[in-house]
Design a protein around this ligand. Sequence first.
Ligand SMILES: *[C@@H]1O[C@H](CO)[C@@H](O)[C@H](O)[C@H]1NC(C)=O
Ligand SMILES: *[C@@H]1O[C@H](CO)[C@@H](O)[C@H](O)[C@H]1NC(C)=O
Length: 348
Amino acid sequence: MMLLLPSLLCALAGYVSAFLVETATLTDLYPPLWKDCPSQFSDYKVEDGVYTIDPWLYPERMGMYKILITFTAKYFERFGPNNEENILWGLPLQHGWQFKSGRLTDPTNVTDCGRKNGDHMCISVNSWWACMNYNLCVLPFLGAIEAGALGISSDQVTLLPPPKDQMHFCYDVTTCRSSFPDAMTKWNTFFQQAKNLSKTLDDLLSDLWIAHVATLKATKNIFRNRIQYYSKPELDFEKSWTTAMDYVAAMCFETTLTKTYKFQMALPPRLLNSGDQPFLIKDFTDSQNRLLYLLNLLYETDDNSGHKFLHLFKNVMKSKILRKIAKFAMEQVILNYDIILQELISKI
Ligand SMILES: *[C@@H]1O[C@H](CO)[C@@H](O)[C@H](O)[C@H]1NC(C)=O
Ligand SMILES: *[C@@H]1O[C@H](CO)[C@@H](O)[C@H](O)[C@H]1NC(C)=O
């Protein structure tokens, strides 16, 4: 079991071969269409002092993240320049990957919502990824408003409902607080802590991941019925991805701009088809194949152990020194471009 650990850490760190992020400028790392998304409340429709946002349009949902990232820059500037160290970057980058990889499209094929040659900016309410992302966008955003971090009051923003299943979603600070009290409280706490300039990045990462995990926990059972639309490999990936988040959280992965970007290079660049076998997908890179394989392995290990493995992992990661070692190991692996797939398998 413990032998698995380093390999899994490597995978979770997003082993990236032959890619030097240092050669790119930071703006190259931003999510798709970032510069065209709203960056202030006045870019949205406003009526009687209330801003209306349609979270089922990619630029409008991404705009909420952009406002969040922009307004919280001051909390992270002491950790590094250009807002690069803002640990909220993990959220919009993840959503950008979902968009780019076609995961926000209508999986039932009934509409052309989200399709490149159709209604490209549409986010489908049938998409499992889009529904899982909803609360990971709306709750931090409204939590930040509630905590007074975005400069407007709680009754000044409302979200438009999707075309169906309206009762599964919440639309403003009040309804989100009553539907998801625990997650809302934890996001609120994160933003309150972020305002305290004597907190370390580690402190804030811990609060961020607590809120993230609480959000996923409150959300994942609501959208179970969405998984029926996907191929078996994609479904397996969805399950292992959800499980992996618990491990990434326990590790307090640093969701800064550069680190998240590197990590995401190893994520599947398109939806998986029924014929796709992890490890052997021809149009995927070495790292993408490897990550997929190891995520499935992690899922099975976790499942077979009745989640005891997660418990063990969490205990190990409680130690600051071991977390440091884990992070150091991750960085070594990221920088070690020469490690090959076979070596990794033989280690497992
Ligand atoms: C939708 O279309 C894709 C590609 O044409 C196909 O692979 C998939 O099975 C279809 N999904 C459903 C639910 O019909
Ligand atoms: C800010 O954080 C420090 C370190 O965790 C703590 O000692 C202090 O009480 C906090 N200040 C406020 C106002 O919460």
